[in-house]
Ligand binder design. Sequence first.
Ligand SMILES: *Cc1c(COP(=O)(O)O)cnc(C)c1O
Length: 392
Amino acid sequence: MNYKISRRAAALSPSLTLAIDSKAKAMKAAGEDVVGFGAGEPDFDTPDHIKMAAVKGLADGFTKYTPSSGIPELREAIAAKFKRENGLTYKPSQIIVSNGGKHSCYNVILATCEEGDEVIIPAPYWLSYPEMVKLAGATSVVLETSDRTEFKVTPEQLRAAITPRTRLFILNSPSNPTGSVYTPEEVKALGDVCVEKGVLIMSDEIYEQLLYDGAVHRSVASFSQAHFDHTIIVHGFAKAWSMTGWRLGFLAAPEPIAKAIDAVQSHSTSNPTSFAQKGGVAAISGSQDHLPRWLAEYAKRRTRAWQLLNAMPGVSCVNSKGAFYLFPNIHRSGLKSADFCARLLEQEKVAAVPGIAFGADDYIRISYATSLANIEKGLERMDRFVRGLQKS
Ligand SMILES: *Cc1c(COP(=O)(O)O)cnc(C)c1O
């Protein structure tokens, strides 16, 4: 049998992160003492009041189809969050709840982009964006940045990349994989260019709450009515509420785009899981008391990891201002990032994600969503590894 794979599916790159991850997991299963810095998820448990709300939903028989874009109660709670925390006025009809923030991103790209369209993506980027653009049949235009500018694109860079075919600019602050956070002034300046040129912005704000050193998050939608009209905000429950496995995310969009996305979703996944949505209401409307504790813990780990990385010969690392990642520069090791990570795992049993997966081969991604003890143990091993490279 000759299985014909569609052009859309065949064009996708298999995930490098998954390759490293499955190798690390196999080593762990074989009893090896692997330290994992690969995780893209919090190591904290979902807060109890959120779990109990979902359990209650199940017990009460809330187990049937819901409206495809989410239950009114949750869409109203999300609209209230945008009003309360971001000063943004959305109608519940502009909010679409999906099966994870990743699904929200995919819906946005599928509903707005097609063959012939260009999507501008700053690198280092979250690795799914370019693949989603491919799936929509559109073309990615990647803007390079480096640690010298804290991985931020400038308005001039953005302006120079815009063509008559540009449809969407993807902004992700705080950023996965770098932890970089744009200041409000920087966000506004990028938004100004998009407004002037009539380019839509997909603003992925899923790490909004995870900020350090007094960094401030301001949504690009908040600067003027024109900014608001050009922006689609993607967000979700995975990071600030540690709900990665629940598959629950949301977006806020101008009405015609929300309508189109609802149509796409109604014919693909239908509604996000009914009782998970009950948990979502508790997450967004209930106590946020867990957050200061988590942030204090992340901040401690970040500082320690940053110190240990910068003490390694040939490694330099700018400190992150958000999310739970550091993105050290390993260029002076003389190794490509995939090689570096493969050998680090092989020799020292430390798993990290090669920067090439995010479009930046001079770096690796270290997630500090793991205990301080793990950070010290794993980075001590990495220190030995890079010192060994220097000798050879
Ligand atoms: C984690 C993450 C998401 C969404 O994750 P879900 O688990 O699908 O909610 C979206 N964007 C970025 C940059 C992320 O790191």
